[in-house]
Design a protein around this ligand. Structure first.
Ligand SMILES: [Zn+2]
Length: 391
């Protein structure tokens, strides 16, 4: 006997049965207490809204009925097994846990954004970061009218979890390195949480409903302060047994010319990594290395090339030829249908024209159908991809 069992169980059971019959006839709709009471009164004479509410609570406690607290409206009830069909239990929440900002998005079953918020990340305070994520998730569920604890949650963050220890490594939010981020978030949120690095989230976002939508194999590339990558196969991330699949930025630049050897020092301890040639700072460094002095940024170099500045033009020509070589290496191994570029340098339009003309020389095939495309979701890809992680 549960505590909310009323004094007259027979009448109560009649009410519960009437509600079951009503919901069986309308499995995919949801209704308010008053709406259900209006129908139930024909089966159980003079049933009041309070009695119906009590019976609904009992059915909810038994898992037969699910309730949704719509924002600003009455709670609505439906059969638990019908809730996914009306988009309540399929709320996906993505959190992009960046070094300076933390962003959250809630997507419904069709991928529409229901909530999006952004807050400063409490740097150097691990406990405060975990608490912030928990609060943002709870508030987003509330704002969507979803039961607190019902949404699936995915987290995107720099760095990756060690498959061996479960501890985060390689994050630029250094207070998170060496911490069991996934386990702590699962404990705080009382549910399973999916976690992936930002390049993987970018790739999953573009493969799901972005520039790589519908493609079998998508290689996503981040060209920004650093160079990273991710790989999806049939819409799912390929993580790999070391959790580094797609991490091409610390492979050496392939087919190096004599003046490219040994290449610049990399923070990872090697020299000549792809990242040391294709990141934003690398492009500016290469411009200076060839005598450029006027431009301080990639944007200035691009603007200079558009005004026919020879040094700027030559810098971009070297960059795109290296990008073609680096991507040809990927095509020769995984042969993706689509390569999607993201990060600040993906906004330079000429790559999409020039690189496919250059990479054929290095790709071991008589024809190349791989498409090189710009991302669709821009800065939102990280947080959207984190939401799609949550399956
Ligand atoms: Zn490196």
């Amino acid at each position: 006997m549960t505590r909310d069992m009323p004094a007259h169980p027979s009448r109560f059971e009649m009410l519960a049965d009437a509600i079951r019959r009503y919901l069986a006839m309308h499995p995919a709709s949801s209704d308010t207490v008053e709406g259900i009471a209006g129908w139930v009164v024909s089966a159980v004479a003079s049933a009041t809204a309070d009695e119906v509410r009590g019976a609904l609570s009992h059915l909810e406690a038994r898992g037969e009925v699910a309730v949704r607290h719509a924002a600003g409206g009455e709670p609505v009830y439906a059969r638990t097994d019908a809730m996914p069909a009306i988009g309540v239990e399929t709320l996906r929440i993505g959190v992009d846990l960046g070094g300076t900002k933390t962003e959250i998005v809630a997507l419904d079953a069709e991928g529409r954004e229901r909530v999006r918020r952004r807050e400063a990340t409490p740097r150097e305070d691990y406990e405060a970061i975990i608490a912030l994520v928990a609060r943002l998730v709870r508030d987003a569920e509330d704002a969507c009218g979803a039961r607190v604890g019902s949404a699936r949650v995915g987290i995107g963050t720099p760095g990756s979890l060690s498959p061996a220890t479960g501890l985060l490594r390689g994050s630029n939010s250094v207070c998170m390195n060496g911490m069991p981020v996934k386990r702590d978030l699962e404990q705080r949120l009382a549910r399973a949480v999916a976690l992936a690095n930002d390049a993987n989230c970018f790739t999953l976002s573009e493969a799901t409903d972005g520039a790589g939508r519908g493609a079998d194999v998508v290689f996503g590339v981040i060209l920004g302060t650093g160079v990273g990558g991710g790989l999806t196969v049939h819409g799912r991330l390929l993580e790999g047994c070391n959790a580094i699949a797609g991490e091409w930025g610390h492979n050496p630049l392939p087919w190096p010319r004599d003046d490219e050897r040994p290449g610049p020092d990399c923070f990872c301890g090697q020299t000549g990594c792809i990242e040391t040639w294709l990141s934003g700072p690398a492009l500016v460094r290469d411009y200076r290395h060839h005598g450029g002095t006027d431009c301080e940024s990639t944007q200035a170099i691009v603007a200079g090339a558009e005004q026919a500045d020879a040094r700027c033009e030559a810098t971009l020509a070297r960059y795109e030829e290296r990008l073609a070589r680096a991507l040809a290496h990927v095509v020769n191994i995984v042969d993706p249908d689509v390569i999607v570029l993201g990060g600040g340098l993906s906004n330079i339009a000429r790559w999409y024209r020039s690189v496919p003309g250059l990479w054929t020389r290095w790709i071991f095939s008589d024809r190349v159908d791989t498409k090189l495309v710009r991302n669709v979701h821009g800065d939102s890809s990280g947080v959207r991809g984190a939401a799609w992680l949550a399956r």
